[in-house]
Design a protein around this ligand. Sequence first.
Ligand code: HEC
Ligand SMILES: [Cu+2]
Length: 339
Amino acid sequence: MSRGKHSARLLSIFAILTLLMTGCEEPAKTVFDPKGSAGESQLDLIMLSIYIMIFVFVVVMAIFFYVLIRYRQKPGDNSIPKQIEGSMKLELLWIVIPIILLAILAVPTLSTTFSLAEEAPDNGDALRVKVTAHQYWWEFEYPDLGIKTAQELHIPTNEKVYLELTSDDVIHSFWVPELAGKQDLNPGKTNTMWLDAKEPGTYAGRCAELCGASHALMNFEVVAEDRSDFDQWVAERKNPSSEPQTAEQKAGKEVFTQNCMSCHAIDGTKMKTKGDKGPNLTGFAKRNKVAGLMENNDENLEKWLKHPDQIKPGTYMPSFDYLNKKDMNNLKEYLRSLE
Ligand code: HEC
Ligand SMILES: [Cu+2]
């Protein structure tokens, strides 16, 4: 290949890289801007490895260019340079240096990895959450508080929250770029990790393991609130207003009992529901998103109920496009009343 073509190709690669690194208009929510101490220590590790790589790159490039210029063929000199074969000194040097660099990387990596997987202390004060991943939704259970919810992980700020992660079907991976992760969720096994958030806010979460058709749509949110707001959320979840008030809501509850109870539970209601194939819908009206994905409004809720498979291909929620308009409206009224 000619030199011109070569550098044109290099240039275009750099142009694409620059484009990728600048990202889109919104400031990207990334691991480079952590909002909690688990995320901070993960960023420290990333930076350590980047510094080591930059160091190696600079040293190798310096030697490379030095040799290139210093030992280039001089004009008119056609003699063959001194031929050597093997050098114990050099061989040892480039075995020992990488070993030292890897050790510098390995020691903090191992200790951080283990400390981020720390389990909840046994004193009963720690906030534990059992996270169960399903195709394609997230279940959050607070065993010590008696709460089960979905899609939205509520945590108090400035407290370590200990997660026990497992899967109901295939391997998923829990990732909240600004807070912590990634940690695998394996069926039949429980992994542990902890995270915390230093500021109140809503942090986007993703499934980071290809787990099926809707893997890229398996989103969730971490909602971090001050302790008093969190306690209020807990109180609401424990004592939800799930009983229908208006005639529409009452009729909607009927539709729900006939069609949805086998998969969805709603706490605090007189229904004998123990459905656990789908998200627990207690307090659904207060969730930010429908299915962890779309803004929680009337229109999106209807879209979801009618054609969930068009929103999340391969979802196990069946479509209810056969409900008549009245039933659908009553059902939505009822779901909207679940606070
Ligand atoms: C066969 C089991 C099944 C039945 C029956 C079922 N669902 Fe679902 N539903 C699911 C599953 C599974 C999900 C999670 C889907 C996903 O996100 O991939 C879901 C998700 C939802 C969500 C979104 C929940 C959230 O947290 O954002 C709503 C709302 C919902 N279903 C309402 C209903 C209603 C109303 C009915 C009855 C008309 C119903 N479902 C019947 C399985 C079921
Ligand atoms: Cu997944």
